[in-house]
Design a protein around this ligand. Structure first.
Ligand code: GLA
Length: 374
């Protein structure tokens, strides 16, 4: 079908990417996370087109497609599945979505661990909710977007990214309990330090990566620990003593995965305490500790991320660093004193180029608000 990309928009929605300050891979283990949206966004322009069931979706830089809303199925073109998954999930909740035109423009680097996928899903769901007055709550938008990712994209992700994309508040991180979905906005004041992201440009594809395997390994650990502790249902309920007691039944790999998750959960709560006390030295050392676990125990880092985290340790004015997001590349998050930001970015780029022959991308991010009408 031929698609249309020129139309007069009725609404414009901006949907942000996110960083996760700490709490990696804890979301699908029902633990805690501490993410926030950032200023980098995907912008959606939408209008009804007065057709009963034809949608035109055009993504700047990626081409576009037309689709029949009564006949939605998975596509072989990866990015289209974010759109199709959301439409499919919305159609299970309401029949009020009719024909529409949509353009999508992103300033979020894809596959860089900043969750462009959740920004895509949540932005579209949010926009259609407004355009057709669907009456979906923010939490419903978050949950349907997560299901879209499971069903159409194939990553069995937790809820963190979609939650952060929709629920964030400028100047705060979100302490989210992924078991109860209770959350609090925690003010984050890192001055005189800044959050500098270094993009390894190692682009991950979580659906075809080891992400789903990590989830299975954690489930395997839970099943083994459950034999002696029948009341537990996720790693959230597991203590260090329980893991040690079941260690002899586990492979070293499953033991390492479980150990990382329970440590990481603790780190989230320690981080909240350190942020509240503005104890930035501790904030930084928790970041380094987390990266060590990400790399050695959970094994979702890569040599490029490890190199950049090690590189940052050469600067006393960098308090901490770690790879953020699902892993296998993407960005490292660095806590850098404002006085050395420029020199740090420059020297990191030189070192990275000489090690990997890749042009590093370095940029500051600020905790920002969630998906909204522009
Ligand atoms: C990806 C997933 C999230 C979360 C992170 C790791 O971003 O989408 O649900 O599991 O990885 O913390």
């Amino acid at each position: 079908m031929q698609f249309i990309k020129d139309f007069e928009p009725e609404i414009t929605i901006a949907s942000p990417g996110r960083i996760n300050f700490i709490g990696e891979h804890t979301d699908y283990n029902m633990g805690y996370v501490l993410p926030t949206a950032i200023e980098n966004k995907i912008v959606f322009k939408l209008a009804k087109n007065n057709s009963e069931n034809i949608a035109n979706v055009y993504s700047v830089g990626y081409d576009g497609f037309a689709l029949d809303l009564n006949n939605i199925s998975r596509s072989n073109t990866e990015w289209e599945n974010y759109v199709l998954g959301v439409l499919s999930e919305i159609s299970k909740l309401t029949d009020r979505v009719k024909g529409f035109d949509c353009t999508i423009e992103s300033n979020l680097p894809l596959g860089s661990g900043l969750s462009s996928s959740a920004a895509m899903e949540c932005g579209l769901a949010f926009g259609l909710n407004e355009l057709f007055d669907l009456g979906l709550s923010k939490l419903t938008i978050v949950e349907l977007s997560q299901r879209a990712e499971h069903g159409y994209v194939g990553t069995q992700c937790g809820i963190m990214d979609q939650f952060a994309s929709v629920m964030s508040k400028a100047g705060n991180v979100i302490l989210l309990d992924c078991q109860s979905l209770e959350y609090q906005h925690i003010p984050i004041d890192l001055r005189p330090y800044k959050i500098i992201m270094l993009n390894t440009k190692v682009s991950h594809n979580l659906a075809s990566s080891e992400y789903n395997t990590r989830k299975q390994e954690c489930e395997e650990g839970v099943a083994l620990i459950k034999r002696t502790n029948p009341s537990i249902s996720s790693l959230r309920d597991v203590t260090r003593e329980m893991i040690e007691a079941s260690k002899h039944e586990m492979t070293q790999t499953v033991y390492n995965r479980c150990s990382f998750i329970i440590d990481e959960n603790k780190r989230v709560l320690e981080m909240v305490k350190a942020l509240k006390e503005k104890d930035l030295e501790t904030v930084g050392s928790i970041l380094y500790e987390a990266h060590d676990g990400i790399s050695r125990l959970y094994e979702v880092s890569c040599s490029e991320s490890d190199f950049l985290v090690d590189f940052s340790k050469g600067y006393s004015d960098v308090l901490g660093a770690r790879q953020t997001g699902g892993g296998f590349g993407g960005c490292t998050l660095n806590l850098v004193h404002e006085d050395i930001v420029d020199i740090f970015k420059k020297e990191a780029a030189i070192a990275y180029k000489s090690e990997f022959n890749v042009d590093l991308e370095a940029f500051e991010v600020k905790p920002s608000g969630g998906t909204a009408i522009v």
